[in-house]
Design a protein. Structure first.
Lengths: 200, 140
């Protein structure tokens, strides 16, 4: 009888505790895209990983003080090549756009979207050129002061049925005049387990 | 027989509990600017696991830089998350949708969480801590 009561109490406690951590019971519901109740996948970079890496990179860049050394404030930056060295197709804008947004909001960086052959906003580039031509002026100087480039690398390790997937985000900020990297940082996100899971 | 089983169980439990020893210079030459903090505890189990030892601030150019030292009070590795919200001179949040950051901290380890404000208008901050919300046994 006493053992039965103990078992019942333990089962009730487990049920109550699981209610605090239970998700949606299988029904679709909204979750914070960068929050701790998202899916943790072993075979891909999750949305929270992108947000985490971008936030850490931005804090590192802002904390370095290098952006304040630009002669013009806010400084002009162009986003160069972010190489994807992972085994899956990823859109590197998931990282760079977050960084651009945060830097723009900081008031220290503006990103040019009309520089170069692969300009992001071709319409703005053509409109700027057309306006300058109509006014008899030189085309606007879009040469950036800084460029941002980097690489995303994937590393996989196994121990029995446990898998460890590490994504390494590497970024460099290059000063165009000198060609030197004035800021560099690396963020590693390692995930380990036997299967995907909800929550972290 | 019972003593042997009990010893094996204790050994198995203790094997997962490696803690961190540290060594550092006793006479510090750096000067921390420690600030007083207000803590609101709604999860006592989290406070029993991770405690905030102190909050230190500095300036990174015109940006507020905050360092929060936390310590794992247990002997086992623990997971928690933190998120920082920044406020300007009017008390308005400047980054309401900030991401959560996962942290894995070894038993007895002291860790510094270093945070840099997103712009020069920031005056105050609030850091939220959350215990692991992992739902065990979920198969996808």
């Amino acid at each position: 009888m006493k053992n039965a009561r103990i078992c019942f109490a333990a089962a009730l406690a487990a049920l109550l505790l699981s209610a605090c951590t239970s998700g949606t019971g299988g029904n679709a519901a909204y979750v914070d895209a960068a929050g701790p109740r998202t899916v943790v996948s072993l075979d891909k970079i999750n949305t929270q990983d992108w947000a985490n890496a971008a936030d850490k990179m931005v804090q590192s860049l802002l904390g370095s003080g290098v952006l304040e050394r630009a002669p013009q404030q806010p400084a002009v930056m162009a986003v160069g090549r972010i190489v994807n060295n992972t085994s899956s197709q990823v859109d590197t804008d998931m990282l760079t756009k977050k960084i651009r947004i945060a830097l723009n909001k900081s008031g220290k960086i503006v990103t040019t979207t009309t520089f170069g052959a692969g300009a992001e906003d071709r319409l703005a580039k053509e409109a700027g050129d057309a306006k300058a031509f109509a006014e008899g002026k030189q085309a606007p100087d879009r040469i950036p002061y800084y460029t941002l480039s980097g690489r995303i690398i994937e590393d996989t390790a196994r121990a029995g049925s446990t898998r460890q997937q590490t994504y390494v985000f590497q970024l460099s900020l290059t000063q165009v005049d000198s060609g030197l990297a004035v800021w560099e940082d690396e963020v590693s996100i390692a995930k380990q387990g036997r299967r995907n899971a909800i929550g972290w | 027989m019972k003593t042997r089983i009990f010893s094996l169980v204790c050994l198995a439990l203790l094997c997962g509990c490696a803690t961190v020893n540290t060594v550092e210079n006793a006479d510090k030459s750096g000067a921390k600017h420690m600030i007083s903090d207000t803590q609101v505890v709604t999860d006592k189990s989290l406070r029993g696991i991770v405690e905030v030892l102190g909050v230190n601030t500095a300036q990174a150019g015109d940006l507020l830089k905050v360092q929060i030292e936390v310590r794992n009070k247990t002997r086992a590795v623990k997971n928690f998350s933190y998120r920082v919200e920044w406020f300007d001179k009017n008390g308005m949040s400047v980054n309401a949708s900030a991401p959560w950051h996962p942290v894995s901290i070894e038993g007895g380890e002291r860790r510094n969480l270093i945070l840099v404000a997103p712009n020069a208008d920031v005056r105050d901050f609030r850091v939220s801590f959350l215990e692991s919300v992992r739902m065990s046994g979920t198969i996808l």
